[in-house]
Design a protein around this ligand. Sequence first.
Ligand code: GDP
Ligand code: IMO
Ligand code: MG
Length: 424
Amino acid sequence: MGKNRVVIGCQWGDEGKGKIVDLLAADADIIARFQGGANAGHTIVVDDTKYILHLIPSGIIHPGKTCVIGNGVVLDPFGFKEELDFVTGKGIDYTGRVFVSPAANLVLPYHKLIDATEEKSRGTSNIGTTLRGIGPAYVDKVARLGIRVADLFAPERLKKRLDHNRVMKQKYLSGSTDERADLDRTYNELLALTDLFRPLMADVSLMLHEAKREDKVILYEGAQGSMLDVDLGTYPFATSSNTTTGGALTGLGIGPKMIDEVVGIVKAYTTRVGTGPFPTELIDETGELLRREGDEFGATTGRPRRCGWLDLVALRHTVRVNGVDSIAVTKLDVLDTLPEIKVCTAYELNGERLDQVPLDMAELSHVKPIYQTVPGWQTDCTGIDRFDALPENTRDYLNFVADDLGVKILVVSTGAKRKETIMV
Ligand code: GDP
Ligand code: IMO
Ligand code: MG
């Protein structure tokens, strides 16, 4: 019987979750997203076709797989419609395969307007959000002001809740000439979506429990990275959801026994988009090389990603908070040309050596990485399909990382394409 796996980004996002979820989806029946929203950009490359998904789970490319969006996701209904049209345009039939929890909160145009206004007001301390309205939508959820998918089917309630939001958000909306501040317009546009959403409604929790009872295999797809977790990441330079394993439970309405294995996705180096601490960041030619070779530009915003060496201290933290069992190491090929590679094994803070992240994560902006230098392999690894066939130095690098973290290696990815993969 297949394992029910949760796939979690172990760094600051963009680890290659899309690719790995698509890969593991071959052995699953249901692929479930549990948090985040269209701030995510998950890339899948099959042969010569590239798909970038924001809300639809990365199992959609496999014909016949069921894709569900849980209550923990903040769903932009207009972006979602565009995405359904996008996959349809790629020849994918989603009918009867995509389901949405009515308890998911909606990201509405005014959330994006508020996101932009708040970012501006933060000035030089801005977070560098994706401007997808994610933070403001989660704020509304917790403040119990949110509009949920279910409200689409109760027009009077929807109207009333929008009217209440208009009052509560006066400081952002009143007097604004931005069309996103026009809640009557939003109301009408939402009503036009009800027919699209009606057949997608499902009790996601119940659906997953019944699937488990029938021995179907569920793959849980995380978004963002653990270092962006609102509780356990580099707050306030974080996203607004629990990106870690716990988010899968609350975001889908499942218990811990519904998960058999936690798969952490680890990029062979580190990247980060937006602002916030990044101890191993390289602002030099090697950083440029990683960006160029790794094509490190945001899948959602197109922004250049900040690049640096692998950070084992941060990874020890994220492996622990998620309970990671095994890792998928991605973008190994990006390191192929380097004569030597550095790995951060500890930090120095105020003259002291730290093997774990500091108690106050804000201190991450003051730590100095302590590196161990390992030899590179200077061999093109793309196309190698067995772990044993990798150069010795490559295997040493991978084993060094896995041993330090106390996890096993499940997958090694040596290129963006589905087939450029080693199953270990
Ligand atoms: P996600 O947000 O974690 O799904 O990752 P993104 O899709 O935002 O970014 C990962 C990028 O790396 C995408 O462009 C992928 O196509 C690409 N990618 C994934 N795995 C590999 C790999 O092993 N090698 C290379 N060169 N690219 C990869
Ligand atoms: P995937 O799923 C990388 C970052 C933003 C910003 C911070 C807060 O593709 O890995 P938000 O819009 O969420 O309020 O922004 O989080 N961020 C991501 N960085 N990958 C992502 O998603 C991200 N989603 C949000 O850049 O620093
Ligand atoms: Mg991404």
